[in-house]
Ligand binder design. Sequence first.
Ligand SMILES: Cc1cc2nc3c(=O)[nH]c(=O)nc-3n(C[C@H](O)[C@H](O)[C@H](O)COP(=O)(O)OP(=O)(O)OC[C@H]3O[C@@H](n4cnc5c(N)ncnc54)[C@H](O)[C@@H]3O)c2cc1C
Ligand code: FES
Length: 404
Amino acid sequence: MGRKEFTCDKIPYLPSRIPVVFPGNTPHFQKASYFAYYPNDEIKYMSIHFHKLAIKEINKETADCVTILLDVPEALQDVFRFKQGQSLTMRTTINGEEVRRTYSICSTPLENKWRVAIKKVEGGLFSCLANEQLKKGDWLEVMPPVGKFYAELDPNHKKNYLAFAAGSGITPVISIIKTTLQTEPQSSFTLVYGNRSRPSIIFFEELEALKNKYLSRFNLVNILSRERTDAPINFGRINQEKLLELSRLIDYTLMDETFICGPEEMIFLVKDFLEAKGVDKKKIHFELFTTPGQKKPEVRSQKPESETGPRSRISVKLDGRSFDFDLSFNSHTTILDAALQQGADLPFACKGGVCCTCKARLLEGEVSMDVHWGLEDEEVEQGYILTCQSHPKTEKVVVDYDIK
Ligand SMILES: Cc1cc2nc3c(=O)[nH]c(=O)nc-3n(C[C@H](O)[C@H](O)[C@H](O)COP(=O)(O)OP(=O)(O)OC[C@H]3O[C@@H](n4cnc5c(N)ncnc54)[C@H](O)[C@@H]3O)c2cc1C
Ligand code: FES
């Protein structure tokens, strides 16, 4: 194709289909990686696989944050259609290790652009690579958008929206704000945005421009922890006292939808505060970037994994094909990991129950999930599971990755 490969990380060339033999089975043709420029591959199997996308633009937003605009070719744009607040999972190889990370899209679905913002985490593998080495023309392998961090929009809505963001938590939130204000001309949005100081505010100029564009409908409250301003309300952290102080400006109970994204402690603090004020849980949406450390998964059986104990026959459907394997009821291995050990190429990223990349529908049987932060209650009711957190509970379990 004449385009430069991303050599720093040596993304391996993988044919689009490689034969994989599962024990006791006839050979299956298991899809490996799908790269967008293989013209003869079948579009219908592309939905949850990686596509190789070039970096069209990379810009420094703050000292430790870059935005990356991805070049999504026209042929792939339908596969990459997204909702405001959704995220993309990227894969690359760093020092011989496969690294998968998820990033929220900060552009809006209305502008047909796929842009993410990546804030450098000290010692972080991918975020340091993005901030220090990636450049225009490099390639990344990217999975189509996933996530439920949004509310359905309607031009007839006349709603009050509220968001709390801190640091890189602004990324999905700015997409939600722009899309909402543009789609719903009668709705209004208030953003409470926490940062250390003015230079560390990601999207400072874009937010100022939004304030000017939507003078009467967009209300921005910056909270700076290390920079005093004239108004005391703008100084400090988003904590219990600040939320009480802000209640002089914001009537939380009048909000139709509230979005929260930032460090885990802030998310749970705001969520608990709003619930205590009587805000309906269904109106509170939150997005975690890391797996909550303080909430440990339910304690599983301490018995050693046994090959002789009761086993479940797991059937996994992907790309219209299925394969089977056995997994002990008392195994600490999740359904995702067991399938990966069998050589399957299944979608996943965080393996911590937050990114939703491994989401699948349970068609038969029962599983127990350690945690399911990324799923909405209604998705759990509909039978969706996070396979990175699931363990079989019945003799037969059928899991379908094709239903999204
Ligand atoms: C749904 C979802 C959306 C996300 N969206 C964004 C986004 O829009 N922008 C963005 O910058 N990040 C986002 N993230 C976080 C991102 O996926 C990575 O976790 C982050 O960039 C760190 O990756 P790394 O490889 O640099 O660090 P790693 O090598 O994975 O981690 C290095 C160390 O930093 C800690 N760490 C990891 N992430 C964080 C963090 N966010 N804050 C503090 N410490 C951390 C780890 O525990 C570890 O100790 C999102 C995560 C999820 C699940
Ligand atoms: S891999 Fe992220 S939720 Fe399962």
